[in-house]
Design a protein around this ligand. Structure first.
Ligand code: ATP
Ligand code: MG
Length: 340
């Protein structure tokens, strides 16, 4: 959304919010002469309305504004995703150092004190245009790059599935009897292909989340305990190989709940996959589904090294991985996908 806002019009649109009509007229004249499309208003509420309606890329705002002050308007703009990429410049008679600091701290990119010189204003607005244009190019390139990554990832899925199925059939002897040594090689190949498919699915889920096309409700009916068991069965070949003990405890009756089955399954699978990956061989993983204060809490604990408190929050960012686990395979996407 913010991307479209920056892209509007051949030259960025400028909104002028100033309670003094003379200042408004002067600014409007100077900027129009420079070829900008301008919108003007005299109070904070109107400024917000104009921001929503005209989607300016640059806002020049006075400190003292009726209804919403310049500083509050600036904060409001920055807390809205649509206002994150606009260039905000204060133009005010308040020239004390503490005002400048407060203005910039409220989210402004630039601060100019009245009375102003037209040439200085033009120079600063041009610098704002440079920033906005660079941001536009960055967003554009980022989108192209993401699209490329997701297209390639998506196209990888089908051949990977086909290869995995062929390896499975070959290992089951469908194409003729196999010596045991060959079957072992095929099984290892299948595991690698499944890992690759897991990575591809994670990347595709990221794309789905970014596009905002995520269903948050579902008409599926599933028991949480059954879902956990299903995930355990799916990952059994991996934890059995490491001789890990995986136990499931629950004090919740197996009632079918209206939950988003696909999303919840991905969350449990990702957490369980991490537990398996980061727990040394012969360790233990405990899954519990418990009812507490009318909430059902699903916990997955492992006997591995755990996560440092100071790192915990950061690990939910995309591609973030703890330093101590860099040796293990993974992309750092799993946890970023389990925020709903
Ligand atoms: N059970 C765990 N024990 C120790 N560290 C963990 C555990 N779960 C997650 N982490 C840490 O959090 C990081 C991020 O986890 P995340 O699931 O996002 O990525 P990943 O497992 O490395 O890769 P991916 O899930 O994309 O295959 C991990 O790399 C690891 O450093
Ligand atoms: Mg993971």
């Amino acid at each position: 959304m913010s991307y479209n806002r920056v892209m509007k019009g051949p030259k960025p649109r400028i909104l002028i919010a100033d309670s003094d009509q003379k200042s408004v007229n002067l600014l409007d004249l100077i900027l129009k002469q420079e070829g900008f499309e301008t919108f003007v208003c005299n109070d904070g509420n109107k400024a917000w309305e104009c921001f929503e309606r005209y989607e300016p890329a640059i806002i020049i705002v006075d400190w003292v504004l009726p209804e919403i002050s310049g500083v509050d308007l600036c904060r409001k703009l920055r807390s809205d995703p649509r206002g994150r990429h606009i260039y905000i410049m204060f133009l005010t008679a308040r020239g004390l150092r503490e005002n400048i600091i407060a203005g910039i701290n409220s989210g402004a990119d630039d601060y100019m004190v009245k009375p102003f010189y037209a040439e200085e204003l033009k120079a600063r607005v041009k610098s704002g245009v440079r920033m906005v244009t660079l941001q536009r190019q960055l967003l554009e390139r980022n989108m192209m790059l993401e699209e490329f990554v997701y297209t390639v990832t998506h196209d990888l899925r089908t051949p990977l599935i086909a290869m995995e199925m062929t390896a499975k059939q070959a290992s089951e002897g469908i194409y003729g009897e196999l010596p045991n040594s060959y079957r072992k090689i095929l099984d290892t190949t299948r595991r690698s292909l499944k890992d690759l498919l897991g990575m591809v699915d994670n990347l595709l889920s990221v794309a789905r989340y970014e596009s905002g096309k995520v269903a948050t409700t579902s008409s599926d009916k599933t028991s949480l305990v059954r879902l956990c068991r299903e995930c355990m069965t799916e990952l059994n070949p991996i934890y059995a190989r490491k001789e890990l003990r995986v136990n499931l405890n629950s004090n919740v009756p197996e009632i079918d709940l209206a939950i988003n089955r696909q999303d919840l399954k991905r969350i449990i699978l990702n957490l369980l996959d991490n537990a398996i990956k980061f727990t040394p061989a012969k360790g233990e993983i405990r899954i519990s589904v418990e009812l507490a204060a009318s909430k059902v809490i699903v916990q997955i604990q492992d006997s591995g090294q755990g996560i440092k408190k100071e790192e915990a929050k950061l690990l939910f960012e995309r591609f973030a991985r703890a330093k101590s686990t860099r040796h293990a395979p993974g992309t750092g996407l799993g946890l970023s996908l389990i925020h709903i």
